[in-house]
Design a protein around this ligand. Structure first.
Ligand SMILES: [Cu+2]
Length: 270
């Protein structure tokens, strides 16, 4: 009974009340926190789902109809027909048309996501076995981000998703993310921003997002990368401009790149 209750609350509430992270018995996507994700959700809910439901109902109807109409007692002498050109043309053409109807908006969203607008800030995410490292190349900031063990979780921190050092970004700003890996394939994914890119050693992939709401957003490594693949979550904290500036001034000290590099930078600026 409890499970059924969770499923129903999951369906109706998860989309509204519990944003930003997966919840027990959730169906469907996490709530969108960026324009790209809203478009993906709309594409899924308004176009794909109706098509899928219509096809499933139609096929179910055909099967039931064939079972009843052509059962042995009602149809003792079965037809020996093997070809029907009209039907064959139809069942080839109609699925093609359906695919085209789905492909056009799908490619539109894909290409829009692929074009990175002028970025307000750039962060670099590096996948390691098994944690994420982050850099803010323009701010001389570098830090690692490890999952918090279950025994160390604080009250509002979700299990398997919270990390010690979160990525902090300002709200309503275009954040460009450079993604790479240092050992094996990983993937940097944040469902509520509609972002997922492979982290490939020796190669830099790019993506971007513009978070519309202040909050903490959770994602996970999404490319099977070894035994602790499930334990390298991604946490992005979206904050107001003032809070971001405040975090920056602390982080520049706390997460400064090595001293040598600082000296080099100093020299370069002289
Ligand atoms: Cu990984």
């Amino acid at each position: 009974m409890k499970k059924i209750f969770y499923i129903f609350t999951g369906i109706f509430i998860s989309q509204n009340a519990f944003a930003n992270q997966p919840v027990d018995w959730q169906l469907g996507f996490q709530k969108a926190a960026s324009e790209s994700m809203r478009e993906i959700v709309a594409f899924h809910d308004k176009l794909l789902l109706p098509i899928i439901i219509a096809i499933s109902v139609f096929v179910l109807f055909l099967m039931l109809y064939a079972c009843v109409r052509f059962r042995a007692s009602a149809n003792p002498n079965p037809s020996k027909r093997t070809h029907n050109v009209t039907v064959e043309v139809l069942w080839t053409l109609i699925p093609c048309l359906i695919l085209i109807v789905m492909a056009v908006p799908s490619f539109k969203i894909l290409y829009k996501q692929d074009t990175i607008p002028k970025a307000d800030l750039t962060i670099k995410a590096i996948g390691y076995q098994w944690y994420w490292g982050y850099e803010y190349p323009d701010e001389n900031i570098i830090f690692d981000s490890y999952m918090i063990e279950e025994k160390d979780l604080k009250a509002n921190q979700p299990r398997l998703l919270a990390v010690d050092n979160e990525v902090v970004v300002p709200v309503d700003k275009v954040v460009k993310v450079l993604i790479t890996a240092n050992d094996v394939l990983h993937a940097w994914a944040l469902p509520s921003f509609g972002v997922k890119r492979d982290a490939v050693p020796g190669r830099i992939n790019e993506t971007w997002f513009k978070a519309e709401k202040v909050g903490t957003y959770y994602g996970q490594c999404s490319e099977l990368c070894g035994i602790k693949h499930a334990f390298m979550p991604i946490t992005v904290r979206v904050v107001s401009d003032e809070d971001y500036e405040e975090w920056l001034s602390e982080a520049r000290v706390k997460f400064a790149k090595e001293e040598i590099e600082n000296d080099k930078l100093k020299l370069a600026s002289k």
